[in-house]
Ligand binder design. Structure first.
Ligand code: ATP
Ligand code: MG
Length: 428
């Protein structure tokens, strides 16, 4: 007999063969219940003394929770069972027994703390709620690809080993590369720019490594980004692409992951969009008694924006040059401009993306690097790539785990990554 998934067993008639894990069992002496789960749901298995084969009946309450089993039996209507169906078992076979003492609580009401759950992530994923987060994240990834493909963008793969910093600053992981020194990539910035200047519209799902010694609820040392870059474009154009992209992703999640959202108690709505300059934003925050920073938003400021504009992607543009990396275009392409064509996108109280128009003029780029205390010689091939018909271009990056966290209202970004890499954690 072929395996039937639990979701299909609810529609089946007669005999079925199910495979899954024992979620729970109860012994009421004459009747025994076992809840079987697989990736599609849960179903009640009911044993009746005198009716169920004796060996099967005896086994029903003796299987350790979370053991993998095979169950053959017939589907029967049962108004009292969840979903209105139950399985009357003829055969139960233990495929892989779980230890009787589980290191973490995987019940629906688990109170095991996050670090311990991550220590045992493989077991944590026996929980429906943990699975729901990663099913939704999988939809995020697919929705991003779908949106970008419909936009006419090309998906690209970039190197993760780089010879020098791509963002400036020092937060890099060094590694040995034969006789040379190299680093793990902190973004695909320079590569996506080079590509956009020939293929026009490009995107990537790219892993980044940042050796920042922070220990916050919103930072990881290894994270994934949705990257996008296009030419013949400025910051205004790519902000619009980002707004539509996030709206599309939310729509897809709402449609495809109804059950998971319900299980997590999350009510999503397609976000609205608002545009404000950095100055307007800071003035508004000051009015609301938030301490502001001259060239960055504070966490408190980001939270306030969500209170003032709930369920809205707030684009804060005309960002001060001092708060943006060397590759962001200064206003009117003036080397000493105070403001830039850079922006941040804030959604549900947190930065989800930074982006902007890039410097495509080699001489200006050299000057901007120097202003930031970087050596243009280290960026020679990057600068040279703009000498042969590189048009104005712009783009952005969105943190995949950050977006998952923000959409689902998770209290910690580590909930949104299967195997986090942070200041303390290198395993599992
Ligand atoms: P933040 O200000 O939140 O530290 P950033 O400005 O340093 O972020 P960017 O270089 O702008 O980060 O990266 C683009 C996006 O990638 C961010 O908006 C965020 O969504 C995500 N991101 C950046 N750094 C991290 C990190 N350490 N862990 C998880 N996601 C990150
Ligand atoms: Mg940023």
């Amino acid at each position: 007999m072929e395996r039937t998934l639990i979701a299909d067993a609810f529609k089946a008639k007669g005999k079925v063969l199910l495979k899954g894990w024992v979620h729970d069992s109860r012994d009421l002496s004459k009747v025994k219940f076992l809840v079987l789960k697989d990736r599609t749901g849960r179903i009640q298995v009911t044993g009746v003394s005198g009716k169920t084969p004796e060996k099967v009946f005896n086994l029903m309450d003796k299987i350790n929770k979370e053991s993998a089993v095979l169950i053959e039996g017939s589907v029967q209507d049962s108004p009292k069972a969840p979903g209105g169906k139950e399985i009357l078992p003829d055969k139960i076979e233990i495929l892989a027994e779980a230890d009787v003492n589980l290191p973490i609580d995987v019940s629906d009401f688990s109170k095991t703390e996050l670090p311990k759950r991550i220590d045992y992530r493989f077991l944590d994923l026996h929980r429906e709620k943990a699975q729901a987060i990663f099913k939704i994240q999988s939809t995020l990834l697919q929705a991003y690809r779908k949106f970008m493909t419909e936009e006419g963008a090309i998906e690209a793969i970039f190197p993760s080993i780089i010879s020098s910093s791509s963002e400036g600053g020092t937060e890099l992981y060094p590694l040995k590369y034969f006789e040379k020194s190299a680093y793990l990539s902190q973004s695909c910035q320079l590569y996506k720019q080079m590509l956009a200047c020939s293929m026009e519209k490009v995107f990537a799902v790219f892993t980044v490594w940042r050796a920042e010694k922070h220990n916050t609820i919103r930072h990881l040392n290894e994270s994934r980004q949705f990257d996008f870059e296009m030419c013949f474009a400025d910051d205004k154009i790519v902000m619009d692409v980002l707004a539509k992209c996030v709206q599309f992703i939310v729509k897809e999640v709402m449609e495809i992951r109804k059950n998971e959202l319900e299980l997590l108690g999350v009510q999503l709505k397609i976000p609205k969009v608002k545009y404000m300059t950095f100055k307007e934003t800071n003035d508004l925050l000051k009015k609301n008694k938030i301490v502001t920073n001259e060239h960055d938003l504070t966490g408190e400021g980001e939270k306030k924006l969500n209170e003032l504009f709930p369920n809205t992607i707030v684009f804060v543009h005309d960002w001060p040059m001092a708060g943006k990396p060397f590759y962001i275009m200064p206003k009117d392409a003036k080397v000493d401009a105070i403001l830039s064509n850079g922006f941040d996108a804030i959604y549900n109280g947190m930065e989800i993306s930074s982006g902007g128009q890039r410097v495509h003029i080699p001489e200006l780029l050299e000057k901007r690097l120097k202003v930031k205390g970087l050596n243009p010689k280290d960026f020679k091939s990057y600068i040279d790539s703009f000498r042969f018909g590189a048009p104005p271009h712009a783009g952005w990056g969105v943190g995949v785990e950050r977006l998952t966290m923000v959409l689902l209202g998770l209290p910690n970004i580590r909930e949104a990554v299967l195997f986090p890499r942070d200041r303390e954690r290198l395993t599992p």
